[in-house]
Design a protein around this ligand. Structure first.
Ligand SMILES: *Cc1c(COP(=O)(O)O)cnc(C)c1O
Length: 403
């Protein structure tokens, strides 16, 4: 193993190089500072991690296996593709790792009410799930437009006992839901904990979410060692806000023999803004939702409307640590477009009997494009961040089939 560099980000103020920080109103600074202190205490307490790993084992079903996609690899005729099966987690994706961690922290801080933002509804469902598990009140903010598009997830949240609040401002989608959740937090910071769904937002969220999601990469390291007696040549993950990707990448950061690839949503192509790929499209730095990072915006600094076939990647920004890892050239960022993701989706269904989330299909698309250019004894580890049951209506529609 080559461990050459020593990576220490973020700094004391939550900056990953020029990205990150805490760009919020006065009222939230006090709340975030308190959260930072409480999290530091929890992090140093073995009891906190014992509760976390207990729930990951008995409630989530971890460790998730690493699976050798043998038939797919053989079909492609190059590198061996292995899948980290986050799709097998309770509630169907990696998001539960983070919501368990934040709910435990909320409980520790004596908060009886949690709020969350959601776009496609996946983080809303993961938050409603842990709120039910820990007996907390849960309110999920969701754009009115997304509520229309994601009816089954809205009903799931309600079944789990959460209240879903329709956000009617702006484009009535994820970014507006996050604005509203932050406003609500300011108003009720005394009894409310805000569970952010990805490795973004103001300090200390990006680091905290990374810590909770690192279980993915930590397990993968052990599992690869057991399976092939070494680490993969490449580890690849899709990047929306960046939580599943940083969870896989972080335990590999100082291991520079492992190439790390983050795959953004290329949508209909990188020219114009019909995509959600801020780094691959060379977007400038901007501030949104309390942090500084590469951000899709027009010449006047207005946030661009984005497009991706996968709702979970459809966000104009990217977590600050990814922007930094791009700046220091530790992670390569690239994009897979809608069509490549759909092709990968179908290929995994047919070659392996696994229906992947459309988000994860972007990482898989990169592997399918690049495996044939690699040697048969090389290994690509793909983070299969979630299962695709939620996406079958979208795929059917795109394939011209009514369900
Ligand atoms: C939400 C989601 C993503 C994108 O979020 P990240 O924070 O970038 O990981 C990816 N995959 C699945 C299955 C999701 O639900």
């Amino acid at each position: 193993m080559t461990q050459t560099t020593s990576y220490t980000a973020p700094d004391e103020n939550g900056f990953f190089g020029q990205h990150g920080g805490m760009y919020v109103s006065e009222t939230l600074i006090a709340a975030l500072t308190e959260l930072k202190q409480e999290y530091a205490k929890a992090k140093a307490d073995p009891e906190f991690w014992a509760c976390f790993y207990h729930d990951l084992k008995y409630y989530v079903g971890r460790p998730s296996p690493v699976y050798h996609a043998e038939r797919l690899s053989k079909h492609l005729g190059g590198a061996q593709i292995y899948l980290k099966r986050e799709d097998l987690n309770h509630s169907g994706a990696h998001k539960i790792n983070n919501t368990i961690g934040q709910a435990l922290l909320a409980q520790r801080m004596g908060k009886k009410r949690v709020i969350a933002e959601t776009g496609a509804g996946q983080h809303g469902v993961a938050s409603a799930t842990v709120a039910a598990r820990f007996g907390m009140e849960c309110v999920v903010f969701m754009g009115a437009e997304d509520i229309q598009r994601q009816a089954p997830n809205v009903y799931r949240m309600k079944l789990l006992g959460a209240k879903v609040v329709a956000v009617e401002s702006g484009s009535k989608t994820l970014k507006d839901a996050m604005n509203e959740a932050m406003r609500e937090w300011v108003a009720r910071v005394d009894d409310t904990f805000y569970i952010i769904g990805t490795a973004a937002g103001p300090m200390p969220y990006p680091k905290m979410v990374r810590d909770f999601q690192c279980v993915i990469g930590n397990e993968a390291r052990e599992q690869m060692q057991a399976l092939i007696h070494r680490q993969p040549d490449v580890a690849a993950a899709c990047v929306g806000g960046g939580s599943n990707a940083i969870g896989l990448f972080y335990p590999y950061i100082n291991d520079t023999a492992v190439r790390l690839v983050g795959v953004e949503a290329g949508g209909l192509g990188l020219s114009g803004s019909q995509h959600a790929a801020p780094i691959s499209s060379n977007s400038p730095v901007g501030v949104l939702h309390g942090f500084r990072s590469y951000l899709m915006q027009d010449e006047f600094g207005q946030i661009s409307a984005t497009h991706s076939v996968s709702a979970g990647l459809d966000y104009p920004g990217i977590g600050p640590e990814h922007s930094h890892l791009h700046d220091i050239n530790r992670v390569e960022y690239t994009a897979a477009d809608d069509k490549a993701a759909l092709d990968a989706f179908h290929a995994l269904c047919r070659f392996e009997g696994i229906i992947p989330a459309l988000e994860s299909s972007h990482a898989l698309a990169w592997a399918m494009e690049n495996a044939p250019k690699m040697d048969k004894n090389q290994v690509i580890l793909v983070n299969l961040s979630g299962r695709g049951d939620k996406d079958i209506n979208t795929v059917a529609k795109l394939d011209g089939i009514g369900l």
